[in-house]
Design a protein around this ligand. Structure first.
Ligand SMILES: Cc1cc2nc3c(=O)[nH]c(=O)nc-3n(C[C@H](O)[C@H](O)[C@H](O)COP(=O)(O)OP(=O)(O)OC[C@H]3O[C@@H](n4cnc5c(N)ncnc54)[C@H](O)[C@@H]3O)c2cc1C
Length: 544
């Protein structure tokens, strides 16, 4: 994960495979391909997981809504998608148990008929998952039990139905995939943007021309036998750079989340709101001590601007949650919010909410570009397997995928009580030890060792939060963080759980990063100012 060294290697060496895009798809492919012994390069235009892969609902799921649609419409594609999700669910939970956990979801109902409907549906969901993992089955809860599990629930509910899925820290899971890929031999670099391709006379790609966004756009030319497009919502742009004759395939759809105080629901369980005004489901999910509420689903063609939470979306989501609560919500409760773009594969007409979340590996015979299109976080491993199978076929290298049983970095020797070892060995507070164990797994030892060697790094970044200064140094040295936002949004997730807290932390973060990266004083100030401007934009957009 030494960026400078990796960029030198990107320029000097020739690769079997160059992957463009460092979200879930690209990181998953890099890990899979490196494990198969391929010589792999992975480049990402901003930061790993900076786009859709850090902005999901963070569910590892087959999709109860897709199951409902499958049965209502006799749609076998939807059914296959649910099966894929449920097959992968237990693998994701096992691969990185520090970053993924089982999550209980509660669907409140207002009459017996609805309770019966969801009970039967969720039993079917259990049945589809059976034999694949060990999550508890669904069950119908009395009103009393439902309200004791979700203290904020209104007493107007009749009862509720409980079922289980998984939850992950999406950005850290992606980063951990990148680190695991690098440890398996992949050469990875963030803030490297692909600008164009070099082609042979017949149009076959043989080099990528990219620019280093941390070095004034300096050119990085990468030679590879095969190029794999993993740019999610931006896939069409890359496809047309490779071959201008290719028709568009992606129909980006914007989805937003807002973040509220955890006390609004209380407890550890999530709420599933089964039907919104526009016929979707909405989740209210505990995440990082806060409550994540989302999402929406609407066509979006402005993919060059970061999709922001807008005031009308705040109103819509608050109005959707309100009937399920005993207390009144108001907009001042908003702590943060974010928007993401689903990379849905286009169908003719129809609404984005009904488009399949399944994936496809496309090969363009003219340019030899492979594109991994569509999909969802839950199926990233299967998507990567299919894409790297196609790479191996093009390279005539018959090596099988082995990711099914591989642990990711930090999962080695990890168990739920690991944080106590960190506490005992390094004398850190319980909340800090838990935070380090849950975010870094057994690699928490390395963060804690930095704090032990330099006591100033034991200090908290913010007095009321468990993040410590050693994490900033670790993020720069071991996780390729290059900007305060890389750290605050993707490494510790503070940006997506509290704008005010992220702003308050930015000075310490920029200053320590600056020391580590050799920034001049004016560069530190500029980084801080730019970050504050960004947070102001988020607030303005959400408040209208
Ligand atoms: C609101 C929302 C909620 C969701 N919830 C869930 C959920 O709960 N569970 C689930 O399983 N799935 C969920 N998903 C879907 C899931 O998040 C996505 O399918 C997945 O993250 C897509 O990953 P990706 O790597 O394909 O795309 P991305 O994460 O967008 O990665 C593509 C990367 O390519 C990079 N890139 C683009 N152009 C270039 C270039 N020229 N050079 C270099 N790099 C480039 C981008 O910077 C980006 O980082 C959700 C999606 C959204 C939007």
């Amino acid at each position: 994960m030494n960026r400078r060294n990796n960029i030198r290697r990107l320029r000097e060496e020739e690769f079997d495979l160059c992957i463009i895009g460092g979200g879930a798809s690209g990181a998953g492919c890099a890990f899979d391909a490196a494990l198969r012994g391929l010589k792999v390069a992975l480049i990402e235009k901003t930061d790993f997981a900076a786009e859709t892969s850090s902005k999901s609902t963070k569910l590892i799921h087959g999709g109860v809504r897709y199951l409902e649609q499958a049965f209502k419409k006799f749609d076998f594609d939807q059914l296959r998608q649910v099966r894929h999700g449920l097959e992968e669910r237990h693998i994701l939970l096992q691969q990185a148990p520090h970053l993924a956990r089982p999550l209980a979801l509660i669907t409140p109902v207002f009459n017996t008929r609805a309770g019966l409907y969801y009970s039967i549906g969720l039993k079917l969901y259990d049945w589809f998952a059976s034999g694949r993992d060990t999550l508890p089955g669904s069950r119908w809860l009395s009103k009393k039990e439902a309200r004791s599990r979700v203290p904020g629930l209104t007493d107007k509910v009749h009862s509720a139905v409980l079922y289980y899925d998984g939850q992950l820290d999406d950005a850290r899971y992606c980063l951990t995939l990148v680190v695991s890929a690098a440890e398996a031999g992949a050469v990875v670099a963030n803030h490297i943007e692909l600008e164009s391709f070099e082609k042979s006379e017949t149009g076959v790609l043989h080099a990528a021309i990219a620019s280093d966004q941390q070095d004034g756009g300096a050119e990085v030319r990468i030679r590879a036998k095969v190029f794999l497009n993993c740019t999610g919502p931006f896939s069409d742009r890359l496809r047309s750079l490779a071959n201008a004759g290719l028709p568009s395939r992606i129909r980006p759809s914007k989805g937003v989340h807002l973040v509220l105080p955890h006390e609004i629901l209380g407890g550890n369980d999530a709420l599933l709101i089964p039907k919104t005004k526009d016929g979707r489901v909405v989740f209210a999910i505990p995440f990082e001590g806060k409550l994540l509420l989302g999402t929406t689903d609407r066509d979006c063609n402005e993919i060059d601007r970061e999709p922001l939470l807008e005031a009308a979306e705040v109103d819509f989501l608050l109005d959707t949650l309100q009937p399920f609560l005993s207390n009144k919500l108001n907009k001042n409760m908003l702590l943060a919010g974010f928007g993401g773009l689903r990379p849905l594969i286009a169908a003719v007409g129809g609404e984005t909410k009904s488009l399949l979340r399944d994936h496809e590996v496309e090969h363009d015979p003219e340019s030899n570009l492979l594109s991994l299109l569509g999909g969802k976080w839950t199926t990233y491993r299967l998507m990567a397997k299919d894409a790297v199978d196609a790479v191996c076929k093009l390279l005539s290298i018959p090596v099988e995928c082995s990711t099914q049983s591989r642990l990711l970095a930090g999962a080695e020797d990890y168990d739920a009580g690991f944080w106590k070892k960190i506490q005992a060995n390094y004398g850190l507070d319980a909340d800090i030890s838990q935070h380090l164990a849950f975010k870094y797994g057994t690699r928490a030892n390395r963060v804690a060792a930095l704090a032990k060697a330099q006591p100033a790094l034991r200090e908290r970044i913010l007095s009321e939060q468990p993040f410590i200064k050693a994490e900033i140094i670790y993020a720069v040295r071991e996780e390729m963080a290059c900007t305060p936002r890389d750290f605050l949004a993707r490494r510790i997730r503070l940006e997506i759980t509290g704008w005010q807290a992220a702003g308050a932390a930015s000075e310490v973060v920029a200053t320590l990063m600056g020391t580590e990266l050799g920034w001049r004083e004016d560069k530190v100030r500029e980084e801080m100012r730019n970050y504050q401007i960004l947070l102001d934009r988020f607030r303005e957009s959400a408040t209208g």
